[in-house]
Design a protein around this ligand. Sequence first.
Ligand code: ADP
Ligand code: MG
Length: 303
Amino acid sequence: MTPMLRRTAAVLSSWAAGEHRSTARATQVRGANVTVFPAPEDVAPKVSLKNISLSYATNSKGRLVALQDINLQVRAGEFLCIVGPSGCGKSTLLHLIAGLHQQTSGEVLVDDAAVQGPGTDRMLIFQELGLFPWLTVAQNVAFGMKMKGLPRTTREAKVREYLKLVHLQQFHDSFVHQLSGGMRQRVALARALATEPDVLLMDEPFAALDAQTRDLLHDELERIWAETGRTIIFVTHNVREAVRLGDRVVLLTFRPGQVKREYEIDLPRPRHLEDVHVAGAARDILNDLREEINKSLEAEYTK
Ligand code: ADP
Ligand code: MG
């Protein structure tokens, strides 16, 4: 098994042991282009990061502060995008929410309960996918549900339902090597959704795809999010992608990662990457991001 597959297997099998959290969600109404949230004061945040700091031990016996004093609240059903320069702690932040890392100080709350480890209420999707090449598409999608202990008939019905949602019904019995990159991403998405997590954590999932495939997946993800009402926390280094998808974009500073600014994106949906309003909003954020990228380049070149 490659390290990537080992990581996936670890994540998936940790669910079996992981506690299952209540999946009660705030009431919300969502039409094709409209989202109506209850008044914010009536609803506890779905995910809440309180004064989060995290440092890693380094080889030189020092500590590297990856995240410092992060405060962030994510509403139920929100599509939140996180951007920041490479190395600012974006992946680390998702791993904390997924329960794969432990913060040095502060608290991660999901539905007001402290995260103790991985759980079936949160699912992480990353760029390398971690699909199993020896399993069919259907078996890959069923894998997480099997770990969760769902009976065969339920698994089979859900595999059909979620393959339909990502438009891959006819590839039920194909193997992963027979699919394009975009189709593989959709299998990974179906596998994550099939376990019906409240929160989808996505770590630069489309970074390796060609532009047309990525555009299609943006449309699909936006539609699936609207249909399923999941909370999505989506990490990307691509500001335009963040504005295309997010209700809100959070910009992190270069190391140590701190919240530099939050931007509400209230452009109508569905949005398009090439839309002039999307481009305009992205330009403003990019100006702020550029400062942080310069700091990261300076740090790298003056080492
Ligand atoms: P990003 O996803 O924004 O590129 P990461 O969260 O992967 O950033 O990493 C943040 C910082 O923490 C980087 O400087 C990285 O080198 C460091 N880091 C990440 N994981 C580890 C680890 N397991 N041990 C030590 N340092 C790490
Ligand atoms: Mg990363």
